[in-house]
Design a protein around this ligand. Structure first.
Ligand code: SF4
Ligand code: SF4
Length: 367
């Protein structure tokens, strides 16, 4: 059973899609409009699918003859952005956790990161104050500050919970939007969806010129910043995987040399996670608020700031790991990493999973 606000959201989206389906002026702009034209009526799950295909380029607001001040008061990007954010909450697992990040996401995330860092610092201080502020070098230096088993247990538990919650949320969303009567996605559909996601094709629009700005120009800046962010994240993940293999299979302990594979991958990823989120924060701060759901900006800012801070503290740790500041920097970095992963299933990160699921349905319908 849906609450009143959800009904209003779905009614507003149904109205918008029905008007657009009759008009079709924006058909060539993006995947959302192409998917919309395949339908005559819109079930709530269809609307969730369309909302997650939209990436808020705002072109269909700036070019719409029915946008305010027209009496129709049509604002497709804002309507879909609100519904999209609401879908994150409705499909999240466990559901009660999703409410944590609906408001003041930035405040909550930073407070959480700082508190985790503080807890870590306190733990270290009670353990052995000298260890935290002493200089440690060579293999196993990090584990002189915090034992490897403790670090692995805390990180492993946090990461496992996040992956589980993301998988359950993603599966709920996919089961909701996948048409019951259609066949499962084939190899062709998977290949297409992966190509769309890897190239961020629709952040360039169907026309390739990118998003629409407040003064109605086109720019691919958002797409480029997303590329830095996405590939930065994957490179950091690859670095962690390689480091785990080195530790558990080869038996070589961190910290690794600057020119080793884990550090090179991590450094490249870290640079991406500084440039991408900083660029997206800058673009968001100067974006046109009219076609946006500004009430939900907190969630976007929180996620981007978390990514940036995880990367910044990681880079500082890399730069100063052979000094007496290493212990404190390690504690702060671990605090931000833990907070990031704890918040992951209830943060803007889920848009990557939901959007990929929507692209997979889109690709399936077109193969
Ligand atoms: S957004 Fe406006 S111009 Fe574009 S299809 Fe919908 S009604 Fe037509
Ligand atoms: S805002 Fe952009 S991506 Fe979203 S429906 Fe409009 S044109 Fe498509």
């Amino acid at each position: 059973m849906h609450g009143t606000s959800e009904q209003v959201l779905h009614e507003d989206a149904t109205r918008a899609m029905t008007i657009c389906n009759a008009c079709r002026y924006c058909e060539g702009l993006c995947a959302t409009f192409q998917a919309m034209t395949l339908k005559r009526t819109f079930a709530e799950t269809d609307l969730d699918y369309l909302a997650n295909l939209c990436h808020n380029c705002t072109a269909c607001y700036h070019g719409c003859q029915y946008a305010p001040p027209h009496d129709f008061n049509l604002n497709v990007p804002k309507t879909l952005a609100t519904l999209r954010a609401d879908s994150y909450r409705r499909y999240a697992w466990p559901g009660f956790m999703a409410r944590l990040f609906e408001r003041n996401g930035l405040v909550v995330s930073i407070a959480m990161a700082l508190s985790l860092a503080l807890v870590l610092v306190l733990v270290f201080l009670f353990q052995d104050r000298a260890v935290l502020i002493s200089r440690h070098v060579g293999p196993g230096a990090f584990y002189a500050v915090i034992g490897h088993n403790l670090m692995a247990a805390v990180a492993g538990a946090t990461f496992s919970f996040s992956v589980l919650a993301l998988l359950i949320g993603g599966r709920r969303f996919w089961r909701a939007i996948a048409p019951a009567a259609s066949k499962p996605p084939g190899v062709g559909a998977w290949a297409k969806a992966l190509r769309y996601a890897a190239t961020l094709k629709y952040l360039g629009g169907e026309h390739g010129e990118g998003c629409s700005t407040a003064d109605e120009r086109w720019t691919n800046m958002r797409r480029y910043c997303h590329q830095f962010t996405m590939w930065g994240f994957f490179l950091c993940f690859a670095s962690t995987c390689v480091a785990s293999v080195w530790h558990y299979v080869i038996g070589v302990e961190a910290p690794y040399p600057f020119l080793s594979l884990p550090v090179l991958l991590g450094t490249a990823g870290g640079v991406g996670l500084l440039i991408g989120p900083a660029g997206l924060l800058w673009l968001k701060a100067r974006s046109d608020a009219r076609p946006a759901d500004v009430d939900r900006y907190g969630m976007d800012y929180a996620f981007l700031a978390s990514l940036f801070l995880v990367s910044l503290t990681g880079m500082l740790l890399l730069a100063f790991r052979e000094t007496a500041a290493m212990g404190i920097l390690l504690a702060v970095h671990l605090g931000f990493v833990l907070a990031f992963f704890l918040a992951l299933p209830y943060s803007k990160f889920v848009h990557g999973i939901y959007r990929f699921a929507a692209l997979l349905r889109f690709a399936t319908e077109r193969t």
